[in-house]
Design a protein around this ligand. Structure first.
Ligand code: B3K
Ligand code: ZN
Length: 920
C-alpha cells in the first residue's frame, strides 16, 4: 500500500482540536539503505480521555509493512489507510504501537523527509516532513522523548547522527555499524533529524555560564573542513550572546551543525542537530563575500536562538509559526546589531546599528510590503492555509520580527527581558500560541502602565496589510505649540476582502518622533510637563492629536524614528525640509529615510515621464537638493563608510516598483538609470577619489568598518562603470586580476558583467569559471551575477540553463539562475512581449514535478500582476493561467496560483468582494 500527497483543502486556525493522545516515548529504528530504508517505530501512547477514540496518524509517500499494538499484529480490518491518513479505530488507555514501513530516500527530490544529497542521508521535517519518514501524529503539539537507533554501512556512512546525546555505538556484521541517540528534551516531530555520511569535523569545547562544558561541532563534506572556522566561531559567539543579552543557556551537552549541499532553505533548528544549507556554513575570505560572512553568522545565530524560542517553547499549531519565527528573527537582528557595534565608540556603534536597521527595513519593504499588498497577504498569524510550506513568508518572519520589536519598544529592554524570562518560565516544554506570548508581555506592560493594556496591539496578529499613517502638523508661532495629528488607515487585503464578517480595526502604533529647526538643530518641546527632544507616541485609535508645547520655532518633524512601526508614513514634506533632515537629523534612520524620499519621488516622477512617452525626460527633472546632499555626503569625512554607503544608495528597483501607481518596469529601469548616470557624471571625481584612496588590505576581515569601506568602493565602481568611465574600466580589470578576497573579486566581476565591454566581460566570466569550477558556492555566484545583470537577456539566461554546471535539482543553483533572473533582472525579465513570463511559467511547471516547495517560491514572482500597467498585466495573466490549467499541480503551487488569480475554494466564507480602501 502506498500513500501520496492529497488534494488541496483549506485548513483553518479556528478548527484546532487538541490531539486526543499523549505520546510518552518514541523509539525509532532505521536500517539506512539509499533505495530502501526500513523504519520501525515504537510509540507509547496514553489516551487523554476515558472513552475510546480513533488514533489518526499521518503518512505520505511511504510503504506500510506492518502494525502491531501491544505486540499483537493488526489485521487490515483493524486499521484504515486512506490517502495520507492511517486510522486505528477505537483506541483506549495506554498502549504501544509498533509500525514498520519503508521509504526510498534516493528518489526523494523534494528534499522533505529523508533524502540523499551527494550520497549522504539527511532529513528535513519542518513543517510536515516527518510523515514522509514514518506514520506519526505529525503536528507540533504532540511532543515526546525520542530514542533513535541507526544502522548503516560503516565505510560509506562512518558518522551516524541524531538529536541529543550519543548513547552507544557498535560494530555489526557485513561492514555495518550502529549508533543510538537519546534526546532528553520532549520535542515535536518537526525537530527530529538524522544524518548519515562521511564528513570533515571541526569542533571546540566551551563553558556555559553555569560552568557546564559543552561540545560544539561543525560537520562539512569531505574537503570543506577548512571552510568552517567562521561558522564555529559564529556559533560560539551566538552561545555567549544569548547568555549575556537573554540569560539563556545551552541546555545540551553537545550542539552539532551539519552542512548539506541540497537544501530548500537556509537552515533548520533540529534539536541539537542543526542542518544547514552549505551556503550558510562555509566561509573563507577567498571564496566568500562580506555578505556571505554576515549571512553565515546571522543564520547560525538564528538557528541557535531557536533552541529556546522554538524548541524549548514551541508552537501549538502552524498558524502560530510567527511565535517562534518572528521572535527568533528579532533575536537574530539584535545579535547582528550587537556584534557589529561591539568594540566601537558610541558614535560608530550607533552608526553600525543604524546600518543593520536600514538593511532590515529595506528587506521588509522589498519582500514584505509587496506581499502585504498581494493576494497572498496574510496576518503574521494566518487564519487559513492550503499548504503550510507556503507560509514561511516575509510576513511571518520579517513583519513578525517587527511586531516583536514594537513590543520591545513599548516595554523597553528591561521590561521586554522580564517578559521573555516569564514566557520561558511559564511555558517551558510546552506548545503554545501567539496569544500566550502576548499575554505574558502584556502583564509586564500593565505593571509599567497602570490602566493601559495591549488589547489594540493584538490586531497586529489578526490583520494583514501595511497601515498608512497620515501626519498633519499645526504650528502656532505665538503660542509656541505644535499640534500633531496621526491618522491611520489600512486597506483590506487578501482574504480580508472576501470575508463579510471581517471589520478592520486600528493598530497600536508606537510612533517615535523628534523635531528639528530650520537649521537642522534638535528642537526641544514639552509634553506631559517634561522637556524632551524625542517622544514615543502610542497611536491606538483611527486618529489622535497631541500638543507639544514650548516649541521655539517652526519645526521640521523627524517621523517614525528608527522605523518604530512597520507602516508607511504620509506627510507633505517640502523638498527643502527633506534636505534639512537628510543633512542633519541626529537619528541615523530618519536621516537616511529623508534622502530616500527625495530620491524616490524624483525617480518615480521620471518613471511617469518615461511611461507616458509624451515627454523626453532628462536630468533637469532631478531635484536640486539631491545634488547638494550628494556632494556634502561624499565629502563628509566624519561619516562611517558603511553608513555613508547607505546614504548614497539609490532605492532598489523592487522597492520603487511597489510604489508606482501602475508598475511599469521598463519605465522605472530607464528612470533609475538616468538618475544613476546623472549622479555618476556629476560626482565622477569624488567617486574616483574613493577608488583611489583605497589601499589593498593585507588581511581580510569581515568587521563592520572594513565591510563598510568595501561597500562604498563597490558603489563607487558601479557608478563609474555605469557611465563607462575609462579609468574605472581599467580599475575593474586590475581589481579582477589582483583581488585577494572574494568580495573584491565579485565587486570587479559584477561591475564588468553589468557594464564592461563584451570582450572583457566574456573573458572575465570564463576565467572566473575556470578558476572556481570545483567550488559550488562560488559557481552559484557566477550564475547569479549573470542572471541578475542588465546585460544578460532572456536568451542568454536560457543558454546558461544549458551550461553543464547548471542543475535545476539543486535549490541553490536553481535560485542563483532562475530566481535571480525572474526577481532581480527587471530589465530583461519584464519584456513587453511577455516572453519572460512564459519562461517563468515553464520553470514553475518543471520545478513543480521535482520540488514543489521551490516551485511555489518561484511561482510567487507574479503575485502582484494586477498592479502592473499594460501590456505587462495581460501577459502575466496569460502565463499564470497557463500554469493554473496544468495537470498535477502540487498543493504548494496550486495555492499560490489560485490565490494570484483570486480563485478561492472557501467553503466556510461568503464570497463577496469588498471595497479596497478602508479607513476604520
Ligand atoms: N524553521 C526553519 C524553516 C523551515 C521551513 C520549512 N519549509 C528555518 C528557520 O526559520 O530557522
Ligand atoms: Zn527560524
Amino acid at each position: 500500500m502506498s500513500t501520496t500527497q492529497s488534494q488541496a483543502t483549506t485548513v483553518y486556525r479556528r478548527d484546532y482540536q487538541p490531539y486526543p493522545f499523549e505520546l510518552l516515548t518514541v523509539e525509532l529504528f532505521f536500517d539506512l539503505q539509499p533505495q530502501h530504508t526500513i523504519v520501525k517505530s515504537k510509540l507509547h501512547f496514553k489516551a487523554k480521555q476515558a472513552q475510546a477514540c480513533d488514533l489518526v496518524l499521518n503518512g505520505e509517500n511511504i510503504e506500510l509493512q506492518s502494525i502491531h499494538c501491544n505486540q499483537q499484529a493488526l489485521g487490515t480490518e483493524q486499521y484504515d489507510l486512506q490517502g495520507d491518513l492511517l486510522t486505528i479505530t477505537a483506541m483506549q488507555g495506554e498502549f504501544v504501537l509498533e509500525i514498520c514501513n519503508s521509504c526510498n530516500p534516493s528518489t526523494n527530490s523534494n528534499l522533505m523527509g529523508l533524502y540523499i544529497s551527494q550520497g549522504q542521508f539527511f532529513t528535513q521535517c519542518e513543517a510536515e516532513g516527518f510523515r514522509r519518514i514514518t506514520f506519526f501524529p505529525d503536528r507540533p503539539d504532540v511532543m515526546s522523548i525520542y530514542t533513535v537507533t541507526m544502522q548503516a554501512d560503516k565505510a560509506q556512512f562512518p558518522y551516524l547522527l541524531s538529536n541529543g546525546n550519543l548513547v552507544s555505538q557498535r560494530e555489526l556484521e557485513h561492514g555495518r555499524h550502529e549508533a543510538v541517540w537519546h534526546d532528553p528534551f520532549a520535542k515535536p516531530s518537526y525537530l527530529f533529524a538524522l544524518v548519515a555520511g562521511d564528513f570533515d569535523v571541526r569542533e571546540t569545547t566551551t563553558q556555559t555560564k553555569s560552568g557546564k562544558e559543552v561540545l560544539l561541532q561543525v560537520y562539512t563534506d569531505k574537503g570543506s573542513g577548512k571552510q568552517s572556522l567562521w561558522a564555529l566561531q559564529s556559533l560560539e559567539r551566538a552561545l555567549k550572546w544569548d547568555e549575556k543579552r537573554f540569560n539563556l543557556e545551552l541546555d545540551l551537552d553537545r550542539f552539532m551543525i551539519v552542512a548539506v549541499r541540497d537544501f530548500n532553505m537556509g537552515a533548520m533548528e533540529n534539536k541539537g542537530l542543526n542542518i544547514f544549507n552549505a551556503a550558510y556554513v562555509l566561509a573563507t575570505p577567498e571564496t566568500s563575500t562580506d555578505q556571505n560572512f554576515i549571512g553565515v553568522e546571522d543564520v547560525i545565530g538564528h538557528e541557535y536562538f531557536h533552541n529556546w524560542s522554538g524548541n524549548r517553547v514551541t508552537c501549538r499549531d502552524w498558524f502560530q509559526l510567527s511565535l517562534k519565527e518572528g521572535l527568533t528573527v528579532f533575536r537574530e537582528q539584535e545579535f547582528s546589531a550587537d556584534i557589529r557595534a561591539r568594540g566601537l565608540d558610541d558614535t560608530a556603534a550607533q552608526s553600525a546599528r543604524a546600518v543593520k536597521r536600514i538593511e532590515d527595513v529595506n528587506l521588509l519593504r522589498m519582500a514584505q510590503f509587496p506581499e502585504d499588498a498581494s493576494p497572498m497577504a496574510h496576518p503574521i498569524r494566518p487564519d487559513s492555509y492550503e499548504e503550510i510550506g507556503n507560509f514561511y513568508t516575509a510576513t511571518v518572519y520579517e513583519k513578525g520580527a517587527e511586531v516583536i520589536r514594537m513590543q520591545h519598544t513599548l516595554l523597553g529592554e528591561a521590561g521586554f527581558q522580564q517578559g521573555i524570562a516569564n514566557y520561558f518560565h511559564t511555558f517551558d516544554g510546552q506548545a503554545v500560541t501567539c496569544d500566550d506570548f502576548l499575554e505574558t508581555m502584556q502583564a509586564v506592560y500593565k505593571e509599567q502602565h497602570p490602566g493601559k493594556d495591549l488589547a489594540v496591539f493584538r490586531h497586529w496578529y489578526s490583520q494583514a496589510g501595511t497601515p498608512r499613517v497620515e501626519v498633519t502638523l499645526n504650528y502656532d508661532k505665538a503660542a509656541q505649540t505644535c499640534e500633531i495629528t496621526l491618522q491611520q488607515s489600512c486597506d483590506l487585503v487578501g482574504v480580508e476582502k472576501r470575508r463579510q464578517d471581517f471589520h478592520k480595526q486600528p493598530f497600536h502604533i508606537p510612533f517615535k518622533l523628534g523635531l528639528l529647526d530650520a537649521q537642522g538643530q534638535a528642537l526641544s518641546f514639552e509634553l506631559a510637563g517634561q522637556t524632551q527632544q524625542e517622544v514615543l507616541l502610542e497611536l491606538k485609535q483611527a486618529q489622535e492629536t497631541w500638543t507639544l508645547n514650548a516649541v521655539k520655532s517652526a519645526p521640521i518633524p523627524s517621523l517614525l524614528r528608527d522605523f518604530s512601526a512597520p507602516v508607511v508614513v504620509e506627510y507633505d514634506y517640502s523638498d527643502s525640509d527633506l534636505a534639512v533632515l537628510a543633512s542633519h537629523d541626529s537619528n541615523h534612520f530618519t536621516r537616511w529615510q529623508a534622502l530616500q524620499e527625495l530620491l524616490t519621488s524624483t525617480t518615480l516622477a521620471l518613471a511617469e515621464e518615461f511611461a507616458s512617452d509624451s515627454a523626453n525626460p532628462d536630468s533637469h527633472s532631478i531635484k536640486p537638493e539631491i545634488f547638494r546632499i550628494w556632494q556634502a555626503t561624499l565629502q563628509d569625512q566624519q561619516l562611517d563608510p558603511a553608513y555613508k554607503a547607505c546614504l548614497l544608495s539609490l532605492p532598489s528597483l523592487r522597492i520603487l516598483l511597489e510604489q508606482m501607481r501602475q508598475a511599469d518596469p521598463q519605465a522605472l529601469v530607464a528612470a533609475h538609470q538616468l538618475l544613476q548616470q546623472t549622479l555618476a557624471k556629476q560626482f565622477s571625481q569624488a567617486y574616483w577619489a574613493i577608488l583611489q584612496a583605497h589601499e589593498p588590505e593585507r588581511a581580510y576581515s569581515p568587521d563592520p568598518i572594513s565591510v563598510g569601506k568595501r561597500r562604498l568602493r563597490q558603489q563607487a565602481l558601479k557608478m563609474l562603470m555605469s557611465i563607462e568611465h575609462p579609468e574605472a574600466q581599467v580599475y575593474s580589470q586590475t581589481l579582477f586580476k589582483n583581488h585577494n578576497n572574494m568580495t573584491d573579486g565579485i565587486t570587479a566581476l559584477s561591475a564588468i558583467t553589468d557594464y564592461g565591454p563584451e570582450d572583457v566581460r566574456s573573458h572575465a566570466l570564463a576565467r572566473f569559471f575556470e578558476h572556481w569550477q570545483h567550488d559550488a558556492l562560488v559557481i552559484d555566484k557566477w550564475f547569479a551575477i549573470q542572471a541578475s545583470s542588465p546585460s544578460v537577456s532572456l536568451a542568454q539566461a536560457e543558454a546558461l540553463m544549458a551550461h553543464p554546471a547548471f542543475n535545476i535539482r539543486n535549490p541553490n543553483r536553481a535560485r542563483s539562475l532562475l530566481f535571480q533572473f525572474c526577481m532581480n533582472n527587471m530589465q530583461n525579465f519584464h519584456h513587453k512581449n511577455g516572453e519572460g513570463y512564459e519562461f517563468w511559467a515553464d520553470q514553475v511547471l518543471y520545478l513543480n514535478q521535482i520540488n514543489p516547495e521551490v516551485a511555489a517560491r518561484l511561482a510567487r514572482c507574479l503575485d502582484n500582476w494586477k498592479r502592473y500597467a499594460q501590456p505587462y498585466r495581460d501577459a502575466m495573466h496569460k502565463a499564470i493561467q497557463r500554469v493554473a490549467s496544468a495537470n498535477n499541480l502540487s498543493r504548494n503551487v496550486h495555492e499560490i496560483i489560485s490565490k494570484a488569480l483570486e480563485i478561492y475554494i472557501y467553503s466556510k466564507e461568503t464570497i463577496c468582494l469588498r471595497k479596497r480602501s478602508h479607513n476604520f
